[in-house]
Design a protein around this ligand. Structure first.
Ligand SMILES: CC(C)(COP(=O)(O)OP(=O)(O)OC[C@H]1O[C@@H](n2cnc3c(N)ncnc32)[C@H](O)[C@@H]1OP(=O)(O)O)[C@@H](O)C(=O)NCCC(=O)NCCS
Length: 269
């Protein structure tokens, strides 16, 4: 069953997503990378890696604006990966040019990524994201139906990108099980329920204060301390075999919702 119907029925106007294979396209991806992340050359993914990803079963996808000379305005780079026998794609970067953000192009790239992976018999796509970036987390977990079972502290080190604000690059690993009932529901309905607390009444919450974004500039020491505490909580819960399945948003704080992995609705093959 194609689950992309509802979401692809309303693509961003005039935007087309397709595979990239040419060096000139990879160089345009690098331009977008610089535009979106900034930072120094040391932290940029070079064109050679785009070539390697494309040649070795990964994915380089571009979003093109047909109404403006067909220029590339967004891209996704994914590498081919293996967990034991499980083939998967590791989606390393998704970027949309600032002038084109919030028009559904990021979503189009993810949906194309899913369809392409399924066509190739790949049922899992993973990527990392910053647990403090709640909007992105909500998109990954609630709107796309990804779950999280792993936390990686300072995974890329401290980078020069202004987007990372000089903070340790703590990351959660999103697992997007493309054929699961959870993901199918998320894509058909636009969001998926957290299943929290679980059937047996278990549930944990991890709180991210709303001031977190402000603290990053006004009080970096406080932001760093809060990041450390949040990271420890994720580590504690995820090491016990729990999974993040939802997010509760409020005016004062946002809460990640976790249940034991074995009780996540819609995850059984
Ligand atoms: C994240 C990003 C690729 C989304 O692309 P987009 O075309 O703006 O996204 P869409 O319009 O399709 O919206 C999809 C979701 O992305 C999330 N999103 C949008 N802008 C975002 C931003 N600046 N930062 C984080 N998440 C964002 C939202 O949750 C949105 O879902 P919603 O509509 O339910 O709120 C884009 O904002 C971007 O390039 N950000 C900077 C780079 C980055 O953080 N990449 C992700 C990690 S590799």
């Amino acid at each position: 069953m194609s689950t992309a119907g509802k979401e692809t029925a309303m693509p961003a106007h005039g935007i087309e997503v397709r595979h990239c294979h040419a060096l000139a396209e990879f160089e345009r991806c690098m331009e977008l990378e610089r535009e979106v992340w900034g930072g120094t050359e040391r932290d940029q993914v070079p064109a050679t890696i785009f070539v390697v990803a494309d040649e070795t079963g990964g994915q380089v996808l571009g979003a093109y604006d047909r109404e403006h000379d067909g220029r590339m305005v967004g891209f996704t780079l994914a590498m081919a990966g293996m967990h034991g026998e499980q083939r998967y794609l590791h989606s390393h970067m998704t970027a949309v040019a600032p002038a084109y953000q919030n028009r559904g192009i990021g979503r189009m790239l993810k949906l194309f990524q899913r369809e392409d992976a399924l066509r190739r018999g790949i049922e899992l796509v993973e990527w990392t994201f910053d647990p403090l970036e709640i909007r992105n987390a909500y998109f990954n977990i609630v709107r796309l139906g990804a779950i999280v079972r792993r936390f990686k502290p300072n995974v890329y080190g401290i980078t020069s990108s202004p987007l990372h604000g000089g903070m340790p690059t703590d990351r959660l690993v999103a697992e997007w099980w493309l054929k699961s009932a959870r993901v199918v529901t998320a894509l058909e309905k636009g969001s998926v329920q957290a299943g929290w607390p679980s059937r047996s009444g278990l549930g944990e919450r991890i709180i991210v204060p709303r001031e977190m974004t402000a603290w990053k500039t006004s009080d970096p020491a406080k932001a760093a301390e809060a990041q450390r505490c949040i990271g420890e909580e994720f580590q504690r819960c995820l090491e016990r075999g729990w999974a993040v399945t939802g997010l509760e948003l409020s005016d004062t704080e946002d809460r990640y919702l976790l249940v034991p992995f074995g009780e996540v609705p819609g995850m059984k093959p």
